[in-house]
Design a protein around this ligand. Structure first.
Ligand code: UT7
Length: 371
C-alpha cells in the first residue's frame, strides 16, 4: 500500500500592527522609495506585547484544523519551524501542543531558517508516507522583529512577523508532496546569523552591548546565493517528480525580495504571473512566508484541487530547497468537530495538568523533607 500526505487544512495568523516603510523612514536614514525599489516591500506586521511565536503559531494551527475539520485530539505530530523560537528550549511546538489541546501529539521544532517550512513539510510527509502517523500539523511561525536591531537599516526593513500552518493527512490517493530537494552549505553560515545567545557565545553583558543577539546579514552575498539556487532547485524537484515545467500552475516562493523572485522567474523562463508574490504586504516572514503566500493564493482563487505547484525557498545555513506538490484541500467532512467545546476542554486539561504537577511537587517536597 502506497501512502501519500495530503495538505487538507491551512490557516494563517499575523499581528494587527502594521509598520509601513514611511514609519521606518521616520526612525532612520531610509525611504519608502528605496525599500520598494530594492525589495518590493511596502509594509510588514510587527508582533505586539500580546503576541508570541507560539500564540501566532497556535492561532494559525487552530484555523488549519478547523478547515480540515480535525480535532486537536487526533493530531499525532506537531512540527513548528522557526528561527525565533519562544525559548532555546522547551520547543515552541510543545507550547503550541498545550495551547491547542493536542493531548495525543508529539511535538518538536525544526530549525532551517527561511527554508524551514520546506524541510518540515518534507519531514512530515515522509513520516506519514512511512505509515507512522496519519495526521500532523506543520507550522511556520516567526517574531523576528524581536531579533532586529532597529537602528540597522540593512536588516530591519526586511523582516516581518506572522505564522502559517498546514494540516497533513494520510491517504492512498496520490497527492501532497511528490518530490523534494533539500540542500545546505554551512560554509556560508556567517552570512546570515544571530551570533550570540547559543553555546558558541552565551548571552553576556558584552554580547548584548555589541548587539550580537540581533540578526546580522551580508545582504549582497545572500542575494547572490538566492538568485542562484531558486531556479536550480525548482528544476531539480520537477525533474525528480518527472513533471514538465509546463505542468506547473503556480510557484510559491519564499518571500524575501521581489527582485529575487523576478530572477527566479527569468531563470525558469516563466512569466512572473506564475509566481505568488505578497512580500509587499508582509515583508520577509521567514519560515511563515510560504504558508502565508499559499493561503493568500488560495483565497484569491489561484489554487485549485489537483493543481501541480512548486514550493521553493532559501535562507540562513545556508539552506535551500524545493518541493513538487499536488494541491488537495479538505477531505469530505463526515461529522463537524465541536471546536469551541474542544478549545475550552484544552484549557481545562492544561490547567488541570499544571495543578496536579504543583500538588505532586508539594507532596513529594514534604515526603522528601521528612525522609
Ligand atoms: O530570507 C533570507 C533573508 N535575506 C535576504 O533575502 C537578503 C537578500 N538581500 C537583499 O534583499 C538585498 O541585498 C538588500 C535589500 C538587503 C539590499 O539591497 P541591495 O540592492 O543589495 O543594496 P546594497 O546592500 O548593495 O546597498 C546599496 C546602497 C548602499 O549605499 P552605497 O554604498 O551604494 O552608497 C547602502 O548603504 O544602498 C544603501 N542602503 C540603503 N539605503 C537606504 C542599504 N540599505 C538601505 C536602506 N535605505 N534601508
Amino acid at each position: 500500500m502506497t501512502l501519500y500526505a495530503h495538505i487538507t487544512g491551512w490557516g494563517i495568523a499575523v499581528p494587527d500592527k502594521i509598520l509601513t516603510n514611511d514609519d521606518i523612514a521616520k526612525m532612520m536614514d531610509t525611504s519608502d522609495e528605496w525599500i520598494r525599489e530594492r525589495t518590493g516591500i511596502q509594509e510588514r506586521r510587527i508582533a505586539g506585547p500580546q503576541d508570541s511565536t507560539s500564540s501566532l503559531a497556535s492561532a494559525a494551527a487552530i484555523r488549519a484544523l478547523e478547515m480540515a475539520n480535525i480535532s486537536p485530539w487526533d493530531v499525532e505530530l506537531i512540527i513548528v519551524t522557526t528561527s525565533s523560537p519562544e525559548y532555546i528550549f522547551p520547543a515552541t511546538a510543545s507550547l503550541v501542543q498545550d495551547r491547542i489541546g493536542a493531548a495525543n501529539a508529539g511535538a518538536l521544532d525544526i530549525l532551517a531558517a527561511c527554508t524551514g517550512f520546506i524541510y518540515a513539510l518534507d519531514m512530515v510527509t515522509q513520516t506519514i508516507r512511512s505509515g507512522a502517523f496519519k495526521t500532523a500539523l506543520v507550522i511556520g511561525a516567526e517574531t523576528l522583529s524581536r531579533f532586529l536591531d532597529w537602528t540597522d537599516r540593512d536588516t530591519c526593513i526586511l523582516f516581518g512577523d506572522g505564522a502559517g500552518a498546514f494540516v497533513l493527512q494520510a491517504s492512498e490517493e496520490p497527492g501532497g508532496v511528490i518530490s523534494s530537494v533539500l540542500r545546505s552549505d554551512g560554509s556560508g553560515g556567517e552570512l546570515l546569523s544571530i551570533p550570540a545567545g547559543g553555546s558558541a557565545q552565551p548571552a553576556s553583558a558584552r554580547t548584548v552591548q555589541d548587539g550580537l543577539h540581533f540578526i546580522h546579514m551580508n545582504g549582497r552575498e545572500v542575494y547572490r546565493f538566492a538568485t542562484k539556487v531558486m531556479a536550480r532547485s525548482s528544476e531539480e524537484t520537477l525533474s525528480k517528480a518527472n513533471w514538465d515545467i509546463k505542468d506547473i500552475s503556480l510557484i510559491i516562493p519564499h518571500q524575501a525580495n521581489k527582485r529575487i523572485i523576478n530572477a527566479a522567474a527569468r531563470g525558469l523562463k516563466l512569466p512572473i504571473e506564475k509566481f505568488v508574490i505578497n512580500v509587499h504586504k508582509y515583508g520577509n516572514t521567514s519560515t511563515a512566508s510560504i504558508p502565508i503566500a499559499t493561503v493568500e493564493a488560495f483565497e484569491e482563487g489561484r489554487l485549485n484541487r489537483n493543481d501541480k505547484i512548486v514550493f521553493v525557498g532559501f535562507g540562513s545555513g545556508l539552506s535551500w530547497g524545493a518541493l513538487s506538490v499536488i494541491w488537495t484541500g479538505p477531505f469530505p467532512i463526515e461529522k463537524a468537530v465541536p471546536f469551541k467545546r474542544l478549545r475550552f476542554l484544552a484549557r481545562l486539561i492544561s490547567w488541570y495538568r499544571r495543578l496536579v504537577r504543583k500538588l505532586d511537587g508539594l507532596i513529594w517536597g514534604r515526603k522528601g523533607n521528612s525522609a
